[in-house]
Each structure stands twice: as C-alpha cells, then as structure tokens.
Design a protein. Sequence first.
Length: 168
Amino acid sequence: MLLDKGADVNASNNTQETPLHMVAKSGVLEICQLLLNNDANINTCNNANETALFIAVKYKHTKIVQMLLDEGADVNTFNDNGDTPLHCAIRNKSIDLLEILLNKEANIAARNNSKYSPLDIAVLDKHINMVQILLDKGADVNACGTNKATPLKLAIQLETVEIVDCLL
C-alpha cells in the first residue's frame, strides 16, 4: 500500500539503513522480494559500509542471502573492517552460508583490515569443516597475512592438531 502511494524504497535512516537493510536483518522473505521488485538499490551501504547482503549473512538469513545474490548483490563487498560476507559467514559458523557465497564466487583470498583471509579466520576460530571446504575451493594454504603468518603457523600456535593435519 505504501509503495502504491509512492513511498521511497531507498530512503535511509540516521545510520543510512534502507528498508532493504532492515528486511535483511528481520529475514522476511516476502518483503525482501517486494522491495527488490520495486527497484530497491541492492548494493547501498549503511554507515558501517555494510550492504543488505552483509547484514543478511550476519543474521544468518540464508534465503534472503540467496535471493540477494540471485538479484545481483555484490558478493565481494566489504565493511569498514575490511570483512567480506565470507569472513562474516565463517565467524558466524554457518557452513550453509559459506557454501552459498563460495558458489557465487566469493573472493576466497580477500583480506580484511587486519590482513586475515577467510582461511585464517576459519583456522583462528577452529572451524575444521570450514577449513576443509576453503581448501577444497582452492584457498592458498601458504599465503601470509598478519606478521607473515601462514594458516599453518596460526594452527600450530593454537595447538589445533586436526587443523594442522588438514593443512599439511
């Protein structure tokens, strides 16, 4: 009804969140589709430089994430910390989202402002299943990040035998 009366689907609040950001947070699929059908800008960023896709990943709304990606959301966007949705999916321990993002060609080598790659985050958070998925998708096991540390060095420092074994 509001859209029929000319409501602006791209209007933002004081934190630069649009209705699409809000629905990405709440997870209401039907409203997300309605906004997209009415030309909501899919890649608009809030004041933390997060798109609706990033927020949907953060709140683990798998169907919203898939819808946004299918509609052309930028899978390799990054926030003020340099994190991508892939970094966020790993931190949130969501294998489903990890696989969805990887299938949409998320940059597996992206480094955040702290110089951590998605593989580094998976190692640091001790997510062996995610480490294996990232390796299977071609993550560089020898890439150096913070303090020239490789994922193997990080795993050894954390004394995670299973991950060390996986990386060798």
